[in-house]
Structure formats: structure tokens, C-alpha cells
Design a protein around this ligand. Structure first.
Ligand SMILES: Nc1ncnc2c1ncn2[C@@H]1O[C@H](COP(=O)(O)OP(=O)(O)OP(=O)(O)O)[C@@H](O)[C@H]1O
Ligand code: SF4
Ligand SMILES: [Mg+2]
Length: 354
């Protein structure tokens, strides 16, 4: 599988008005997404996930680093609306209602990317009808306005608009977090089905780890603008090696309280400010395994094989005893429950790791 997106050494710093200091939102990260693959970015609020998505789409200019899309470097002034890239990358937002113009009918919303590419009215009409069917929107819905639809239907419209040009890459920024559990399950199943049909690459941004487990082929864990661990979804959920990844997984309410207690890594302490990051490992002030070395030196990225990368001085010894604990089973069980309703209504059974 070839890479659709290759990001290398990405840095994004935001200037602060009237100050020399900057917000260090993204700090030298590298990752790739292959054709037909989902890479999820997870991490606490403020870890830089959305900023990465915006840099990739060219909505903001990176401070440093190289972004290659389909083998070509995206130039400085190029963005998602540039002629070369238009229609090849798309974005699905968190709040479906806010991302849709209330005065524009559904059909015109879905067809807008085609119109801006100069597709004729007749061809647009045909394509809109075809895509609406694919995402499960009825013909009647096409004449309606966004306010007349449920949140789940609105998100289907957002997804239809994103896929109407058959893009190579879709950035999905928390696309299910504003939805109720049934609508969420339906949208997850829809996204998986569409990816299989069109072979689209997804950069999926989410706090919801059970959704991430279900949807992802690979996962990158972000903390203060760095990717501290990345690997296959199986590896990250069943064999996490970074204390922050384990902390993140432990913080999720698992159905079995005994399991939760045994596996927890409690990340107490303040998150450092992205304006004034510490010298060594950014987690040192919160990590139960921190040593002097952690406070002084930034850990190197270690390659554990099969694309599993971890950035921690003590990844070998710190998490001994955690190996046998399988988060994967717990998340899978949770997600199965969550998706049951969605499957019943869509008649599909999906999941990236089956
Ligand atoms: N335009 C901006 N100007 C200044 N700082 C910004 C800007 N956009 C984001 N930041 C800062 O960059 C950091 C990363 O923000 P970002 O929105 O990418 O995080 P996130 O991981 O998407 O968080 P969340 O999960 O809450 O959506 C934060 O410290 C944020 O305050
Ligand atoms: S490098 Fe040290 S402080 Fe950082 S995560 Fe590893 S053990 Fe914790
Ligand atoms: Mg965000």
C-alpha cells in the first residue's frame, strides 16, 4: 500500500500578539497514512490534534516540516482549495449543524464541491443522487434545509459533501462526538463501509477510544504536540509501551472495575504550558516512572518493529506487568454494544480489525 499522506518533522507554533513567546502546538512529528487506511490521532484536549489536521489540509501554514500528498510536497501557498488539491482532500467537522449553511438545501450543500470544480448541472444532479443513496439519505431529504434534519442526518450530509469528489484523504475531526449513541454507531458503520468502497484514507481525530479502536488500522498518541507512541491499533490497545498511552487507556471507564484498578497509570500533576515546555520529557512532571534523566533529556524515538514507535527512556522496564492486560478485549466488548443499534438499522456488520 502506498502512502497517500507523508508528514515529516511537522512543527506548528502560533505567535502570541505582543510577545516573543509562541504557543508550541505541534513539535516535530512524523507519520504517514496509506491508501484505504485509517490513522487515528488521540490525546488529551490541547495536544495538537486539530492543528495537525488543519496543517495537512493547508488551512494553516506549518512553521516547519514537510507534508507530501500523493508523492508531491504541498507547497507553501497551496491549500485544500487550490486547483491541484481541490476535491482530493476533504474535511468532516465535529458539529454537523454548524458546518452546514442553514439557508442552503441539502442537495446544493452536497453538490457545492462539484460546482466549484465546474461540473455541469446535469452531472451534479446525477452524482448528488448517487452519493445521497450511498450515505443513506432519502430523495426527499435532498430538498430539505439542515434545520429540518436530525444530527445524524446532518452528519450524513457532511460526509456526503466530503466524499462527493471521491477524495483520496478525509480528515475527520471528532465527527461523532456531537451525536447520540445510535447515530454515532450508524455514522461509524457508514464511514467504514464507504472506506471499503472508495479506498479512501482517513485521518481520524477523536477522544472516544472505543470508536478509535473500532475504526482505526493504526493509532498515534499525541501529548503536547508530540506523537509519544504510534503503531497498529492492535499494538496500541493490547501492548501500549508509553506511560501516557497507558494513562489515557486507564482513564476510560472500563466495564470491569477490578481491571481498571490493576492497569491504571495515574497521570497526576499539571500539564505544562505549551508556551513554556520543559527541557526533558514533557510528561516528566506527571509520570510515576520519571527519573532524573527524564527531567533532563528528551527521550529518543525507539522502533519496536512493525511500525510501533515509542518515545520514552524507560519503555522497557516501566510498564512490566502490564503486558498481559488486554485492553483490546474490553474496548471491543464496549464497542460491540455501542454498535449493535447501528447495525440493526443499517443491516451492516463492520469493523476494521475483523
Ligand atoms: N489559532 C491559534 N492561536 C493560538 N494557539 C492556538 C491556536 N489554535 C490552537 N492553539 C493552541 O494549540 C494547542 C493545540 O490545540 P488543538 O486545538 O490542536 O488541540 P486538540 O488536540 O485538537 O484539542 P481538543 O481535543 O480540545 O480539540 C492548544 O494549546 C491550543 O490552545
Ligand atoms: S521518559 Fe520518563 S517521564 Fe517520560 S514517559 Fe518515559 S518514564 Fe515517563
Ligand atoms: Mg481538536
Amino acid at each position: 500500500m502506498s502512502s497517500v499522506l507523508d508528514v515529516s518533522g511537522l512543527v506548528k507554533h502560533f505567535p502570541i500578539a505582543g510577545q516573543r513567546a509562541v504557543v508550541q502546538a505541534v513539535n516535530d512529528i512524523s507519520f504517514h497514512v496509506k491508501k484505504g487506511e485509517t490513522l487515528s490521532l488521540v490525546g488529551e484536549s490541547g495536544s495538537g490534534k486539530t492543528t495537525v489536521g488543519r496543517c495537512v489540509l493547508g488551512l494553516i501554514q506549518q512553521t516547519a516540516g514537510v507534508i507530501d500528498f500523493q508523492g508531491e510536497t504541498i507547497g507553501k501557498r497551496r491549500n485544500v482549495r487550490s486547483r491541484d488539491l481541490r476535491g482530493k482532500m476533504a474535511l468532516v467537522f465535529q458539529e454537523p449543524a454548524e458546518s452546514l449553511d442553514p439557508r442552503v438545501r441539502v442537495a446544493d450543500t452536497i453538490g457545492e464541491p462539484l460546482r466549484s470544480r465546474g461540473v455541469s448541472r446535469e452531472n451534479r444532479r446525477r452524482r448528488i443522487a448517487e452519493i445521497a443513496k450511498r450515505v443513506g439519505l432519502s430523495d426527499a431529504t435532498l430538498d430539505q434545509f439542515p434545520a429540518e434534519l436530525s444530527a445524524g442526518q446532518q452528519q450524513r450530509v457532511g460526509i456526503a459533501r466530503a466524499i462527493v469528489t471521491d477524495p483520496e484523504l478525509i480528515v475527520l475531526d471528532e465527527p461523532t462526538s456531537a451525536l447520540d449513541p445510535t447515530a454515532r454507531a450508524e455514522i461509524i458503520d457508514l464511514l467504514i463501509r464507504l472506506q471499503k468502497e472508495f479506498d479512501t484514507a482517513y485521518l481520524f481525530i477523536s477522544h472516544d477510544l472505543s470508536t478509535v479502536r473500532y475504526l482505526s488500522h493504526r493509532v498515534a498518541v499525541m501529548y503536547l504536540g508530540m506523537i509519544v507512541e504510534q503503531g497498529t491499533a492492535n499494538e496500541i490497545f493490547s501492548n501500549p509501551r508509553h506511560p501516557y498511552s497507558v494513562g489515557l487507556l486507564s482513564s476510560v471507564l472500563l466495564p470491569n472495575p477490578k481491571l481498571k484498578r490493576e492497569v491504571s497509570v495515574d497521570l497526576t500533576g499539571e500539564i505544562p504550558s505549551p508556551i513554556d515546555l520543559p527541557k526533558g520529557c514533557y510528561l516528566a512532571g506527571r509520570c510515576p516512572f520519571a527519573t532524573d534523566q527524564c527531567h533532563k533529556e528528551m527521550p529518543p524515538i525507539e522502533d519496536l518493529g512493525n511500525g510501533h514507535l515509542v518515545q520514552c527512556h524507560h519503555f522497557r522496564e516501566a510498564l512490566k506487568g502490564h503486558e498481559a492486560l488486554d485492553y483490546f478485549d474490553e474496548f471491543q466488548a464496549q464497542t460491540e454494544q455501542l454498535l449493535e443499534a447501528g447495525r440493526r438499522s443499517t443491516g451492516t456488520v463492520a469493523g476494521q480489525t475483523k
